[in-house]
Write a protein that binds this ligand. Structure first.
Ligand code: CA
Length: 230
């Protein structure tokens, strides 16, 4: 199943893109602002991103840059006028295609097919489960299974989401706010201690000695980082 993420703040436009894509058999994710769109992109697997340029919170240019840094998911950029398109082209952000509004859905579908055809990976790779690894810890995201030092361990959902985020960002400091947001899936909980409780439980599962953690490292005043090497 090909999955497409649409980030577009004009709701009627976003809904009609979603409708057209789903009619063609694509599975879609939909976000109406930059930050929640980026969060969806980070957490789920998508094969293509259809991205509006002018977005509240985090604009299309910023998202496009982050997507480029994160990997090889192709991007079709939507712009409101030709002058904006010039701006996008001038910045050479490496979007795979561009469409200027207003455009017809048929045009969008044709571009979508063309971009997917150009960028599609070999089928065996697309079908194999995605495995995230960091040292002796790994997640098989297809099976929702966590392995620590060769043994499968049971991990509750919030801790699973936290670990997934850590393994996607090895060595990078993740802020408390970001971890909380992801752990609780967008539902922001203000209870500051909840995160520490889940980190402690996660350490009990992944650390050889939870009392002196060498994987999930505290970064004082900021958050945590996952250390893939020991
Ligand atoms: Ca817009």
């Amino acid at each position: 199943m090909t999955r497409i993420l649409v980030i577009e703040d004009e709701k009627p436009m976003a809904e009609s893109i979603k409708y057209s894509l789903e009619k063609e058999g694509y599975e879609t994710g939909l976000a109406f602002d930059g930050p929640s769109g980026w969060r969806m992109f980070e957490e789920e697997h998508f094969d293509l991103l259809i991205l509006d340029l002018m977005l509240p919170g985090l604009d299309g240019l910023e998202i496009c840059k982050k997507v480029r840094q994160a990997g090889e998911v192709p991007v079709i950029m939507l712009t409101a006028k030709d002058s904006e398109l010039d701006k996008v082209l001038g910045l050479e952000l490496g979007a795979d295609d561009y469409l200027t509004k207003p455009f017809g859905m048929r045009e969008l579908l044709a571009r979508t097919r063309a971009v997917l055809r150009r960028t599609s990976r070999v089928p065996t790779e697309a079908q194999s489960p995605r495995v995230l690894e960091g040292g002796d810890v790994s997640i098989d995201t297809g099976r929702h299974e966590v392995t620590v030092r060769g043994e499968v361990v049971e991990v509750p959902l919030i801790e699973y989401r936290l670990l997934q985020l850590f393994l996607k960002n090895p060595g990078r400091v993740l802020t408390r706010e970001h971890l909380t947001n992801v752990g609780w899936e967008g539902e922001f909980y203000s209870q500051g201690k909840a995160l520490d409780v889940h980190i402690r439980r996660l350490r009990e599962k992944v650390e050889e000695d939870p009392a002196s953690p060498r994987r999930v490292i505290t970064v004082r005043g900021v958050g945590y980082r996952f250390e893939p090497r020991t």
